[in-house]
Design a protein around this ligand. Sequence first.
Ligand SMILES: O=C(O)C(=O)C[C@]1(C(=O)O)C=C[C@@H](O)C=C1
Length: 283
Amino acid sequence: MKIAFLGPEASFTQLATTQLFPTETKIPQVSILDCFRAVEDGIVDKAVVPLENSIEGTVSMTLDYLYKTPEIHIEAEAVMPIAHHLMIHKSQSNDADLEKIYSHPQALAQSFHYLDQHYKNIPKQDFSSTAAAAKHVSENPDRKLAAVANQFAAKLYDLEIIQRNIHDFEQNHTRFIIISKSKKSYDNSGLENIGRKSGLLVSLPEDHAGGLHQVLSVFAWRNMNLSKIESRTLKTGLGNYFFFLNIVGDWHPILHENALEELKALGTKVDFLGNYNEYLLES
Ligand SMILES: O=C(O)C(=O)C[C@]1(C(=O)O)C=C[C@@H](O)C=C1
């Protein structure tokens, strides 16, 4: 089996993928979009992508491509603690006169206050992943560059960590999802299972008073507990959104199927992403 992930080696997504699929063939991708494409085109069986971070919120690219590719489902979720470190090339003795700090936009955002306090005037530049940023620093020994990445990237790319744990809040976790075209759910008794949930994408037919209330009442009177509701722009004009919803627990074949039917009867477009396990990974 082939698994795509947002690479390169030593990205946070790779750390998650290795715990979820220790023995499978893992194929790094340059972007989240490439992970979706690899699944869509059948180049891989599954992919692992980040969905949400406890400091910075939703990874909007993942949500957008879940919406755009209705044939792709979620097989499982996995939550992993995230620690960011600031690192430079070993040939640079210190952080004086730093030229630039590179990282994935999520990592820069998760460390925003630290970087603002200590490196306010140093330009920050987005990179496709934290590991790609670390690799770039390692390939430019003569420049005064720094990266925000994890300790495995520092080791792999032979960089010096000059400040540990620079994320702004101690509790920093990222939720990853396994995506595939199969409607199966991923099961792994070797990992800590922390719950079960379903994912749904819902868009309303047109903006009208009480539209969202009607959608939510479908779940409320059936006593279905929502753990997340997020709106995201449809990109068809200001004020047009779709909603990503999580429902806690197992999928009840009658109660839940009826809920889907009722949502459709309200004129909403519903994409059921799956009923799946949530695991806790190690950092
Ligand atoms: O850049 C990486 O290393 C990634 O795996 C991506 C990613 C993300 O998109 O959220 C994963 C976990 C961290 O939150 C920071 C970055």
